[in-house]
Design a protein around this ligand. Structure first.
Ligand code: GLN
Length: 313
């Protein structure tokens, strides 16, 4: 079965929103100047079942930049094309235990290969996108993520400009990978595409649909399009479990029991295989860069909706 009865899901979602809207821990991201402008009070929750049933509360339609929540979906596109072996050989799939933009964490790894959920591995993933020119590669990226969301996603130009002007650590990572021979296009171009992918705008509802597509073997339950192969979802969910919440992925799995992916705008996608996708949005972040309220809602709903993969009853 998918989600519990509709009235029950609606009731629990409303309760989650009410219960956690007073939580005021965490701080809005300072990673890029334009992100620091986000209002801290925004709070949206959306659940989409594999049957397409949609439940939304609060600011579920408010758009924000996807940031690192783009990583699993770009990885899915690349893994779908290269196959799981080719993708793992080039990118790695093990946790670094370091923050998402760490250079030290990459330096010590064989060939500098980390995993597709941290910045270095995500930039390397983006460098593998098909297309003869940067425009073609951008089109395949944006189109691929749009098929997961079931609508055409667009870039926030202000955040993009801010990111391109201040992404010094990511520039270092791209050139470090080049030194290792572990980036597969021109590093400057891979960095440009990665920065654009992070500036695509989504809502909590979009994230829930994208998550539901991964929960549903790559078949988007709203558009009824097969976006990636079923086996690609397995590999994507595996890397999300390993490193979706960076160095606190173990804490997340311990509490929530599901694959997830966070981003510095305050978005989190959570996937309950065979059941549903959750899209969560609240800008204040903890030390690791994960939405504070988003994590609380994920834990509450994972338990109350019976989604936790590690509970068999
Ligand atoms: N674009 C951001 C960065 O590269 C995304 C990081 C994130 O969301 N964790 O720093």
């Amino acid at each position: 079965g998918s989600l519990p009865a509709s009235h029950r899901v609606a009731q629990l979602m409303t309760e989650a929103h009410r219960r956690f809207s007073s939580v005021d821990q965490g701080a809005v991201s300072q990673v890029y100047p334009a992100l620091a402008q986000m209002p801290a009070h925004l709070f949206g929750i959306c659940a989409v079942g594999v049957d397409g049933q949609t439940y939304a509360v609060g600011d579920a339609l408010h758009e924000f930049t996807i940031m690192s929540v783009s990583k699993p979906f770009v990885f899915a596109l690349v893994c779908d094309l290269l196959g799981p072996t080719g993708a793992r050989e080039r990118l790695g799939v093990n946790a670094t235990g370091y923050p998402f933009n760490s250079l030290a964490g990459i330096e010590r790894l064989p060939g500098g290969r980390s995993n597709p959920m941290v910045n270095a591995g995500a930039i390397a993933t983006t460098s593998l996108l098909p297309g003869a020119t940067i425009d073609e590669r951008w089109a395949s990226l944006r189109d691929g993520l749009s098929r997961f969301a079931g609508r055409e996603l667009t870039v926030n130009d202000e955040v993009l400009a801010s990111a391109l002007a201040s992404n010094f650590r990511n520039r270092s990572l791209a050139w470090m990978l080049q030194g290792f021979g572990s980036i597969y296009s021109d590093p400057a171009e891979a960095l440009e595409l990665y920065t654009r992918q992070c500036a695509l705008q989504v809502s909590a509802r979009d994230l829930a649909i994208m998550g539901a597509t991964l929960a549903n073997g790559g078949f988007n339950p709203i558009t009824r399009e097969q976006v990636v192969k079923p086996q690609t979802c397995h590999h994507t969910l595996a890397v999300m479990l390993t490193a979706g919440l960076y160095e606190t992925s173990g804490d997340w799995l311990y509490e929530i029991g599901l694959p997830g992916k966070s981003g510095v705008s305050g978005g989190i996608v959570t996937v309950a295989p065979g059941k549903a996708g959750l899209g969560l949005f609240s800008p204040p972040l903890d030390e690791a860069g994960n939405s504070v309220r988003g994590q609380l809602v994920a834990q509450f709903l994972s338990q109350r909706l019976g989604l936790d993969m590690l509970i068999s009853a």
